[in-house]
Structure formats: structure tokens, C-alpha cells
Design a protein around this ligand. Structure first.
Ligand SMILES: Nc1ncnc2c1ncn2[C@@H]1O[C@H](COP(=O)(O)OP(=O)(O)OP(=O)(O)O)[C@@H](O)[C@H]1O
Length: 255
């Protein structure tokens, strides 16, 4: 059950305190043992958080809960002041589409669309994403992002003609269009060497900082198994430490 009133009421900026708040969350796939048991995870609006954990520790599962793709088995999942543990799939989809940006490991650019159309895609799918923009400023915003990310000359190209680094910058532009309140990055640098990896993260953080200076706080949740990136972020969390499902019985009882 989703309605404009439900969305607009809950999403007014004055009501948003934590970008993400998880309490006593349990998630299991089907009847398997829980992958996640998280007593509390709190990410304040505007924070840039690095979440690391080894392969198979549940990072993608946690991101899917935060993005509203999956729903918790038990507990509270509050994202941008929406109770995702209770919200319908349609409501979660709309919050994700209108208020979140996503950068994936594989970029997920649409091959038959131009770079410009790829960047505009979230706004085409969710018109609410445009609410921070003045009328008619959408194309100017694409130009601004493209210039900032050094892809202006590529706007009419297809993604397949771009280098990996250029594709990544297109993915950043697409994630940032419309000033999302929450930006989720899922191992986006795993295919890069150390220099390009650091450049990518620095650029992402610069763009988030620029949005903040323009009065649009973007919370960044960046997930990786690569601890070498932690120094870029204001806070680092270890999934193994916050996830009791990955701890031995003794540790779980003590926590
Ligand atoms: N659709 C699914 N059905 C059943 N089990 C799953 C499913 N997706 C993931 N899992 C299991 O949940 C656990 C956590 O997986 P997840 O993909 O969240 O970890 P991850 O930390 O993101 O791993 P990686 O860094 O390798 O991507 C793993 O044991 C995995 O096998």
C-alpha cells in the first residue's frame, strides 16, 4: 500500500534524522541460517561511511535491505525516515528511485542508450527525483555533472565505446543526478588498480562534498572488502563486528 501522501509525509526533510537506522535486524534467505543479525546500525544524514567485510560476509545482502530490494525477516529497518520493514514493495521502489543513487561493481549502464540518456534514466523513471531542480534545469544539470566528471565530449556516445574509467564516471553522474539523499556504492572499484581506485573514491567524495555545499546533504554508504580505502572516509565499520550472525557463539552471547 503506497500513496503520494504516505511518501511525501514521511520524506519531508525536517523529519529525516538518520539516513539509515537498523535495530535488531535479522535476515535469512528462505529457511537457511540467518546471514545477518544486527543489533544496531545507525548512519547519520550526511555521513560518509565505509563498510568493509570479507567475501560472503553479507555486504550485498545488507545493501539490499538498505536499498529496500530485500525486506528484513525481523527487526526495524528505517531508511530516509521510511519504515522499510513495514513498507510495501512499491513504496520501497519509489523511495529508492526518487531518493537514492547506486553505483555498482559492473556499473549497469544500458548499452543501447547514449551516455546522456543513461545519466537521465533515474529522472525518466522517477519524476520525483527532480524536485530539487528548478524547472528546465535538468539538461543543465547533466552538462554540469558531465563537465565536472570530464565526460562532456562523450554525452552522445554509447557506453560500449567508453573506457572502464569513463564508464565509471558515467555511473557516478547517473547516481548523483537529482541530488539523492543516500548514495550506495557496492564494490565499484574492484576492477581498478590502486591509483585509479583512489582517484575514483576521491572524485566520488568530492562530488558528495560539492552537493553538501549546495545545501543537498548526501549520505554515502560505500561497501568494499578492500580496507585500503578506509582512510578516505569519515567513519569505518566492520560488518563482522556489527553482524552477530558471523560471530562465534561466545562472541554473540557477550555482545
Ligand atoms: N539469493 C540468495 N539465496 C541464498 N543465499 C544467498 C543468496 N544471496 C547470498 N546468499 C548467501 O548469503 C551470504 C552473504 O552473501 P552476500 O552476497 O551478501 O555477501 P558479500 O559480503 O556481499 O559477498 P561478496 O563480497 O563475495 O560479494 C553468503 O553465504 C551467500 O552464499
Amino acid at each position: 500500500m503506497s500513496s503520494d501522501a504516505e511518501l511525501q509525509g514521511d520524506l519531508s526533510p525536517s523529519r529525516v534524522r538518520d539516513a539509515v537506522l537498523l535495530r535488531d535486524v535479522v535476515f535469512r534467505y528462505g529457511k537457511r541460517e540467518p546471514v545477518l543479525r544486527i543489533p544496531e546500525l545507525r548512519i547519520g544524514l550526511g555521513e560518509s561511511v565505509f563498510l568493509y567485510g570479507p567475501s560472503g560476509s553479507g555486504k550485498s545482502t545488507l545493501l539490499s535491505l538498505v536499498a529496500g530490494v530485500l525486506q528484513s525477516t525481523a527487526g526495524t529497518v528505517q531508511v530516509l525516515d521510511q519504515a522499510f520493514d513495514k513498507a510495501s514493495a512499491a513504496t520501497r521502489d519509489r523511495v529508492r528511485g526518487s531518493r537514492m543513487g547506486y553505483v555498482f561493481q559492473s556499473f549497469n549502464l544500458i548499452p543501447y542508450l547514449s551516455v546522456r540518456q543513461n545519466i537521465l534514466l533515474p529522472c525518466e523513471l522517477y519524476r520525483e527525483r527532480l524536485r530539487h531542480m528548478r524547472e528546465g534545469s535538468l539538461h543543465a544539470e547533466v552538462e554540469r555533472l558531465a563537465q565536472r566528471l570530464d565526460i562532456s565530449a562523450l554525452l552522445d556516445e554509447r557506453p560500449s565505446t567508453l573506457s572502464v574509467g569513463q564508464q565509471q564516471r558515467v555511473a557516478i553522474a547517473r547516481a548523483l543526478i537529482g541530488y539523492p539523499a543516500l548514495l550506495i556504492a557496492d564494490e565499484p572499484t574492484s576492477s581498478l588498480d590502486a591509483n585509479r581506485r583512489d582517484e575514483f573514491v576521491a572524485l566520488l567524495l568530492e562530488m558528495v562534498e560539492e552537493a553538501r555545499q549546495q545545501g543537498n546533504a548526501t549520505t554515502l554508504l560505500y561497501v568494499s572488502h578492500d580496507m585500503g580505502l578506509a582512510s578516505h572516509f569519515s567513519r569505518t565499520l566492520s560488518l563482522s563486528e556489527i553482524n552477530q550472525a558471523s560471530q562465534p557463539e561466545g562472541g554473540r552471547a557477550a555482545a
